[in-house]
Ligand binder design. Sequence first.
Ligand SMILES: Nc1nc2c(ncn2[C@@H]2O[C@H](COP(=O)(O)OP(=O)(O)OP(=O)(O)O)[C@@H](O)[C@H]2O)c(=O)[nH]1
Length: 368
Amino acid sequence: MHGPGDIVELADQPAGARETVAPVWHARLTALLAEVSREALQGEDLEEVLRRIVECLVRNLPVAIASIILLDDEGAHFVQEVWAGDLDLYPAELAHGWPVSVGAAGRCARTGEAQLITDVDTDPDYVPGNTKVRSEYLVPIRHRARLHGVLNIESTQPDFFYPEARDVFDAIADQIAGAIHLARVVAELESANRKLEALSMIDGLTGIANRRCFDQRLAAEWEWQSVEHRELAIVLIDADAFKPLNDAHGHLYGDECLRELARLCARFADGADDLVARFGGEELVLLLPDRSLEAAVALGEALRRDVEAAAMRHDNSAIAPYVTVSVGVASVTPTSGRSPDRLIAAADRALYAAKAQGRNRVVAAQVE
Ligand SMILES: Nc1nc2c(ncn2[C@@H]2O[C@H](COP(=O)(O)OP(=O)(O)OP(=O)(O)O)[C@@H](O)[C@H]2O)c(=O)[nH]1
C-alpha cells in the first residue's frame, strides 16, 4: 500500500530515482480520481462541490494549498476562489472580480496553458498568498470549449512539480472541469424548473394566479386554518353580461376588461396569505384567510364599487353603460378531512343569487 507519505518522499528524490517510483504517483492517481468523483457527487451546489474537491486534494497529496478559481461567463475576471490547505491563504479580493490580466492565474487563463512556477521569487506575475509557498502549478479547468477557471496548487518545496506530479494535477483538473460542468448544468436545470413551475401557476391573459395555483393554495390554506381554528373566506367575482360585451366591443376589448378586473381585484389581496386568481373564463376569485363573512362581504362591496368607478365602457349591458360585476361570498372555519369544495359551492350559490337578483351586487351564503 502506498500513501500520501510516499509522494512526499518522491518530491525529495533526485530525477533518476523519481522515475523508478513514478508508478506510485500513478497508482495513487487512480484512487484519487475516484475519490474526487465521489466528493464532487456529494456536493449540494457548485461551491460545496469545489470545497469538497480542494479538501480532498490537500487530504491526499502533500501540497500546502489547493484552490479552484472560477472565471465569469466571459472569461475576463476571476469571481470566486475556493481553497483548502495547511497554510493560510490570503486570497485576492474577488468581490468585484479579479481581471485575468493580473497574476499567474490570470496568465494561465489568458494563455489557456498550464503554468509551472518552480520558484515563486523569480516569477514576475506571482501574487503571494502565503510567504511560505515556494512553487506553484496552475492548470486551466476546461470542459470542451469553455474555460471554467484555474486549478491552483502551491507547495512549500521548490521544484515540487516534476512531470509525474504535473500529470496528476492535469488529470485532476480535467475531472474538476467535468464536475463543474455537471454542477452548472444541474443548477441551470433547477432554475429552469423553478421558472416553469412558477409559469405553470400563472394565468397567461391576466398575469394573476391560475386555477391550478388557486386549487393548491385553497387546499393548503384549508389544512392550515383547520389547525389554527381560524376562518377562511372566498370571494367569487363574475363579470356581468360579458357575452354581450364581447359581441358589442369585440373579444380583444373583453380581454382588456378582464385584465383591468384582475388588477382591481388584486388590490384587495393585500394580506400576506391572500391570493387573487382567475377561477375560469370571466370569473375571478379572492382567497382570504382570517376573514369573517362580514369582512369579506365588505371587501366584496368595495370591489364592486371600484369596478363601477373604473367605468369600463359597455354598450350592450342591460345593467349599466359600463362593466359591472356580481359577487358571491362565503366564509367558514375549515375542518380537516372535509373538502374545501363546500366553501366554493357556498360562494357559487351566493354568486348565482346575485345574478338572479339583478346582478351588480354582493350576496353571501352559509356553508352547508
Ligand atoms: N374576451 C374574453 N371573453 C371571455 C374570456 N373567457 C370567457 N369569456 C367570455 O365570457 C362570456 C361568458 O358568458 P356567459 O357565461 O353567458 O355570461 P355573461 O354573458 O357574462 O352573463 P352573466 O354572467 O349571466 O351576466 C362568454 O361569451 C365567453 O366567451 C376571455 O378570456 N376573454
